[in-house]
Design a protein around this ligand. Structure first.
Ligand code: GLN
Length: 484
């Protein structure tokens, strides 16, 4: 039998169901891998050894008694540490929440548990999911399994590093402006941001509520589809959850009649190696029979400015709840209530988080609301309309995931340059669209690049279907040499 970390999640489940391997062996194998390889990668903020082993023993007993088992039976799953697992610490990689124990499970986490996944650990992230490198974690940064001197991407960089190095086979991510897709692209794995509202955010610590979406990060498209069958379900506890029946995700190697739109104008100035990999991917789709059309999405050049107004505005209100009274660490020696708030927030939040709270408060303030926040809302509507028009002419839009492959830990110091990293991922969040990142080659230094496929709202199944056809026609989902 091949080593367990070479299995796809669905293959490992099948092996367990057939009795070829025990759940306890799977849990022990991956816990050992996490222990050996996790620290150098900075992938995990906590490891849930006893929890995973207890669950695994239960699954082995169930199997021995021929009891029904879930869709993710014995599959190791890692949870981004901004989602609650009942009874475990949720830090959001912040000093503020380092002692916060969640009294309930996020709906997404609960769904994974119900389908018999093994919850293995909580993954590192940029503090409160604000960032593109995981360097904003208040504990330690995450590194890229392809080259430890490079970032794993962010904000779900712990999840992408863990899956890239095969320390787990499925991880959850949250994506407000690209935090599932960009780290997936940097680490050579599949990352899927579903349609806004498809996956419940109940129990996800909110960042930008009109943008946040939970989704899977996996080693292959089939596992992303399998995860979506589990995660994509209505939830009465999230007011934005869509009341849709659960979908199944049948995947076929064949691409049906498909028209793909490419916003060539918007892609001008792309780095040559990123452009080359992208063009090669477009050629693969042509060879699969797709019809390629040019579309105009030049309005997307405004998406970064729009996002950094709306996301910070929403973050400033969402993070107002961290006052030192209700959650997390309370600053000592405060003389009165006002001082508890002030000191707890001053000590608890890191630099990037404070900066965003300030910016968000500013754009919402009485004097500037019309000039910034409301104007950004209007531009967002124009972006939504532009996508609607584009989709009248094609079934999917394709572009790169990020303007570069993974860069060095200290390579980008200018905050505006860092924000520009998100140019290709933010549009899907502003318009609520499903979008996937699938490996599509390597940059000049051998670091992975991702192809992004975006579909109209609710077309999650067809987006994954296209990614699957592409993945089957290519061979880019590789394990980094040092983790083979
Ligand atoms: N990089 C973006 C930001 O810093 C996106 C983060 C996210 O999707 N959570 O806001």
């Amino acid at each position: 039998m091949k080593p367990l970390h070479h299995f796809a999640a669905h293959e490992l489940r099948d092996s367990f169901l057939k009795g070829e391997i025990k759940a306890v062996e799977i849990a022990s194998y991956f816990l050992k891998r996490m222990e050996d390889q996790g620290p150098a990668l900075g992938a995990f903020l906590s490891v849930l050894g006893p929890r995973a082993l207890t669950k695994a023993e239960g699954l082995d007993r169930k199997r021995a008694h021929n009891q029904p088992l879930g869709k993710l039976a014995a599959v190791p799953v890692a949870i981004k540490d901004n989602m609650h697992i009942e009874g475990e610490i949720t830090t959001c990689a912040s000093q503020f929440l380092k002692n916060y124990r969640a009294p309930f499970a996020a709906t997404a986490v609960h769904a994974l548990e119900q389908e018999d996944a093994l919850l293995m650990g909580k993954t590192n992230l940029d503090e409160f999911a604000m960032g593109s490198t995981t360097g904003n974690s208040s504990f330690f940064p995450a590194s890229n399994p392809w080259n430890l001197d490079r970032v794993a991407g962010g904000s779900s960089g712990g999840s992408s590093a863990a899956i890239g190095a095969r320390l787990s086979l499925i991880a959850t991510g949250s994506d407000t402006g690209g935090s599932i897709r960009q780290p997936a692209s940097f680490c050579g794995i599949v990352g899927f941001k579903p349609t806004y509202g498809r996956v419940s955010r109940y129990g996800l610590v909110a960042f930008g509520s009109s943008l946040d979406q939970i989704g899977p990060m996996t080693t292959c498209v089939a596992d992303a589809a399998l995860s979506m069958e589990v995660l994509g379900r209505p939830c009465s506890r999230d007011a934005t959850s869509l009341d849709l029946p659960r979908e199944s995700y049948p995947l076929s190697k064949k691409l049906g009649p498909t028209k793909i739109g490419i916003p060539w104008h918007f892609l001008e100035g792309l780095k040559p190696e990123v452009l080359a990999a992208f063009k090669e991917a477009v050629q693969v789709f042509k060879d699969l029979g797709a019809h390629i059309v040019d579309i105009d999405l030049s309005i997307l050049k405004h998406s970064i400015a729009t996002y950094y107004i709306l996301a910070t505005a929403e973050a400033s209100t969402n993070l107002a709840r961290f006052d030192g009274i209700r959650y997390g660490v309370r600053a000592p020696h405060a003389k009165n209530l006002e001082e508890i708030y002030e000191k707890s927030r001053a000590n608890g939040f890191g630099r990037e988080v404070k900066k965003r709270i300030l910016l968000g408060t500013y754009v919402l303030s009485a004097g500037y609301q019309d000039a910034f926040y409301k104007k950004a809302q209007k531009v967002r509507t124009l972006i939504i309309n532009a996508f609607e028009e584009a989709f009248a002419d094609c079934d999917a839009v394709m572009m790169p995931v990020a303007p570069t492959g993974a860069f060095g830990h200290k390579a980008i110091t200018d905050p505006v340059e860092m924000y520009l990293q998100d140019i290709f991922t933010i549009p899907a969040n502003l318009a609520g669209l499903p979008a996937v990142s699938v490996p599509c080659g390597y940059d000049g230094e051998g670091l992975p690049l991702g192809l992004q496929i975006l579909g109209p709202q609710l077309c999650d199944v067809s987006v994954l279907q296209m990614a699957y056809a592409y993945e089957q026609a290519t061979n880019w989902n590789r394990i980094p040499p040092r983790y083979k």
